[in-house]
Design a protein around this ligand. Structure first.
Ligand code: DUC
Ligand code: ZN
Ligand code: ZN
Length: 463
């Protein structure tokens, strides 16, 4: 019997705290040894990682695969979406099981488990998006936290999905008591509703009016309100896809006072600005997402927020829709364009190229933001999110010398465009390993459909 199933030789290991050269020995899905030199004669598989970084598998805590939304369904399912994620170095996703009105949370989970079952190439967990709250749902939340579903999302906007402040307060109080975490999509519904109706009345239907109907003050107000309700409840709060500097200031102010407020941003809010909505014809629809893209001063502020640790995570909010056949549901009016954009595959390459290479963040911060913090916040640490003895052998071998220009053809997302077309990237994953199994190697998919397993989560940490 071999001492190791796999040995990764000569790589530069990067964790949230360290950068060092060592070999990694893997057996039965776990890292069992990290040493200067491991004898690879006793290994089933040897991967040479000379001159390459070895990162803990990246964790994307915000994806929408196979999600009914805006009159259609997001175009990546748990097969295509997890393949694209794996190509990009992501080894775990946490997707959203969306409660339908009048249905239980367990029903939502059953539906989402069926969507994922037998399809995923990488590991996955579920947050539960609560759209219809009552006392039974509060009881269900309690149960589900114990069963490995400790995080819940509430929408403060979107007709049909949104909840009022009383629901937010009840959910926060319960999560505080039971060890769960409430996540919010924070935008003010009434400001948006007023502006959307006004623009439509005035015949302003171009995609750019999507952005103009969701000004930063709508996000700022909702983030500010959510933070204050969390403060009253003495509960931790996680703000998803934060996009503007006013909202960041609210988070920073709260954190500086010691409050357990956490926030993520996404590559689109760091790298794409509102001028994109001016692209010719209907092309601005590619960027119709919520919150919308902002002006360049906001992008700058978000990078600062990452650098200073006021933003703890970069996720993708991957929610792809084909430009032809889906986004064009809103050809005649921006409010009918399904909200969302693809991004699951390029998160590491973009953050490495535009964050690490430009020295906006350090290599260790990069790992913290894409893997360690997501694992800690959402109850996967130290099983995932680090390279340590006993942790799952989820690893990304990353070649920092590869240079590419992004084209849609380079990617594996099931959608007909990428918002990052033409972006220059430096560094790409050359191998993605999930629990000791190679899923991607040298640009080829070698993993097995259905290998990805559902993850129960517990022991959430505030970072
Ligand atoms: N925002 C999007 O752009 N798409 C999916 C859901 C969301 O909140
Ligand atoms: Zn959202
Ligand atoms: Zn989302």
């Amino acid at each position: 019997m071999k001492a190791y199933d796999m040995v990764i030789k000569n790589g530069i290991i990067v964790t949230a705290t360290d950068v060092y050269k060592a070999d990694i020995g893997i057996k039965n899905e776990k890292i069992i040894e990290i040493a200067k030199e491991i004898d690879s004669n006793s290994a089933g598989n040897v991967i040479d990682a000379t001159d390459k970084y070895v990162f803990p598998g990246a964790i994307d805590v915000h994806t929408h695969l196979d999600m009914p939304f805006g009159g259609t369904v997001s175009s990546d399912n748990f097969e295509t979406g997890t393949v694209a994620a794996a190509y990009g170095g992501t080894t775990t996703i946490i997707d959203f099981a969306l409660q339908s009105k009048g249905e239980s949370l367990k029903k939502a989970l059953e539906i989402w488990h069926n969507k994922a079952q037998g399809k995923a190439f990488i590991d996955y967990g579920f947050h539960i998006a609560i759209t219809d709250m009552n006392d039974e749902i509060l009881d269900e939340m309690k149960e589900l936290i114990k069963e490995g579903y400790p995080s819940f999302k509430l929408f403060m906007t979107y007709e049909g999905l949104r909840v009022n402040d009383d629901v937010l307060l009840k959910a926060l109080l319960l999560a505080k008591e039971e060890g769960g975490l409430i996540c919010v999509h924070a935008e003010n519904f009434y400001i948006i509703d007023y502006l959307v109706k006004k623009f439509i009345r005035e015949g302003k239907t171009h995609p750019k009016f999507h952005a103009l109907s969701r000004p930063t003050i709508a996000e700022w107000e909702a983030v500010s309100r959510a933070v204050k309700i969390a403060q009253f409840a003495n509960a931790p709060l996680y703000i998803v896809h934060l996009s503007c500097m006013e909202a960041l200031k609210e988070v920073t102010y709260a954190r500086n006072r010691g409050l357990p407020i956490m926030a993520e941003t996404c590559p689109q809010y760091l790298l794409l600005s509102e001028e994109r909505y001016e692209e010719e014809g209907f092309n601005g629809a590619k960027y119709v997402m919520s919150p919308p893209l902002r002006s360049s001063e906001h992008l700058q502020a978000l990078w600062e927020g990452l650098k200073c640790g006021q933003l703890q995570v970069v996720s993708t909010d991957h929610c792809p829709f084909f430009l032809k056949g889906q986004k064009d549901l809103g050809k005649d009016s921006f409010d009918k364009i399904p909200n969302g954009a693809p991004g699951i595959e390029l998160r590491l390459a973009l953050l490495f190229s535009y964050g690490v290479m430009t020295k906006r963040i350090t290599l260790q911060q990069f790992v913290e933001i894409i893997s360690t913090n997501p694992a800690k916040i959402f109850g996967l640490y130290p099983q995932k999110g680090t390279i340590a003895i006993g942790s799952d052998a989820d690893l990304v071998i990353f070649d920092p010398s590869i240079e590419r220009r992004v084209t849609k053809e380079l990617l594996h997302e099931n959608v007909d465009y990428t918002p990052y077309e033409g972006f220059r990237i430096t560094g790409l994953p050359v191998a993605t390993i999930v629990r000791g199994e190679v899923v991607i190697k040298d640009g080829k998919l070698v993993g097995q459909k259905g290998y990805g397993k559902f993850l129960k989560r517990k022991n959430l940490m505030v970072v």
